[in-house]
Design a binder for this molecule. Structure first.
Ligand code: KG4
Ligand code: ZN
Length: 347
């Protein structure tokens, strides 16, 4: 039977390759994930203590077609059934981005299916639409990943205003650097998250940085230096370092700042909904602290499950859907833009 009120089915094949995950996904109508395939290169980069861009690009080339085919297979769909192809075109590592962008352009050219370039951060934010079916803008979103720490007003689908950003290191970057210093290895975030459960967050007092004249901006490099100084001074004095206490105290310092800025921003701008996104958003202590503070302040709190916080293509499919609905289409001149700013798309 024909249902005249049924919304047109929009199937987006999404591709993400901006850093060290080769990912593809099929998303229906922006909120329903039919497949979410992620080939993680983390094990490859661990031996170097961080992502090696050249190795990442080469591995993306090796894996991209396989991952795309797997995404279609798991979704039970054929390429011809796709309404659009969405791909991350920035920000990220240029060589890594180029692999996804080239694959998407080639598939779009060969099939005639429209191409949509997606901003990686818009993808992270849009991960919230997948499991929170009722979530609609406006809301405030804290995006904390390995490369970014942004406090963003999501005014409408695809309409953003950044009210706070980091002046130096991103939150995830600080997690990774501190983890390396206390011997936990890469990637540091999940390891610090785990180890901190055994430590005392009040054991060492680390600074909570404020940026003069920019109340929502972040700065994490001073905190990172404070941890390094603490470790050095322990070594000079011959004192044994309790890694769990240092991890927990560092984590608490990051969380205090993220929570304070976020709640303050939501209240000052008069919003009543708040969401988190990016790899650091999967941090268990951060989620617990935000849950508590949002409840205290009458703010509705949204978060994606951890698999949708770290890099994936389902979030790009969600963002791509809303861009598609707005009429955004890109030409074959779409290029990788490593330092692409939010809201500065090539339209
Ligand atoms: O969003 P993402 O996967 O990639 C970027 O776009 O950067 O974020 C990766 C970052 C890494 O710095 C990683 O250490 C951090 O997210 N991260 C975490 C946790 N899981 C990942 N940080 C704190 N706690 C976690 N549980
Ligand atoms: Zn990311």
């Amino acid at each position: 039977m024909l249902d005249m009120d049924k919304e047109e089915e929009v199937l987006v094949l999404a591709i993400e390759s901006s850093c060290d995950e080769t990912a593809a996904s099929v998303v229906r109508n922006g909120r329903e994930v039919l497949s979410n395939v992620i080939y993680s290169q983390i094990a490859l980069h661990t031996v170097y203590g961080g992502v090696v861009p050249e190795i990442a690009s080469r591995k993306h080339i090796e894996k991209i077609n396989q991952v795309i085919e797997q995404a279609l297979l798991e979704a039970g769909k054929k390429l011809e059934e796709m309404t659009a192809i969405a791909v991350t075109y920035g920000p990220g590592l240029v060589g890594a981005l180029l692999v996804g962008v080239s694959a998407a352009k080639a598939i779009s050219f060969a099939s005639g299916i429209p191409l949509i370039g997606v901003h990686h951060i818009e993808g992270h934010i849009s991960a919230n639409y997948i499991e929170n079916k009722e979530l609609e803008p406006p809301f405030v979103c804290l995006v904390a990943s390995g490369g970014h720490s942004h406090l963003v007003l999501v005014k409408d689908y695809g309409e953003y205003e950044i009210i706070g950003r980091t002046r130096d290191d991103a939150a995830g970057e600080a997690f990774d650097k501190v983890a390396r210093a206390i011997g936990l290895g890469y990637p540091g975030g999940p390891k610090i998250d785990m180890v901190s459960k055994e430590g005392d967050p009040e054991a060492v007092h680390f600074p909570r940085a404020k940026v003069a004249g920019a109340e929502y901006d972040f700065s994490f490099s001073g905190l990172k230096s404070a941890v390094l100084n603490y470790l050095n001074s322990c070594e000079m004095k011959g004192e044994k370092v309790n890694a769990a206490d240092v991890a927990a105290s560092f984590q608490k310092a990051v969380i205090d700042v993220l929570v304070e800025h976020s709640i303050h921003g939501v209240r000052q701008y008069g919003y009543d909904k708040f969401a988190i996104a990016g790899g650091v958003a999967s941090n268990s202590a951060l989620r617990a602290a935000l849950e508590r503070e949002c409840q205290k302040n009458g703010i509705r709190f949204y978060y994606p499950s951890p698999k949708l916080c770290t890099d994936n293509a389902a979030m790009i499919g969600a963002a791509g859907y809303f861009e598609y609905k707005k009429g955004v289409r890109h030409g074959f001149d779409l290029n990788a833009v490593p330092n692409l700013r939010l809201g500065e798309g090539i339209r």
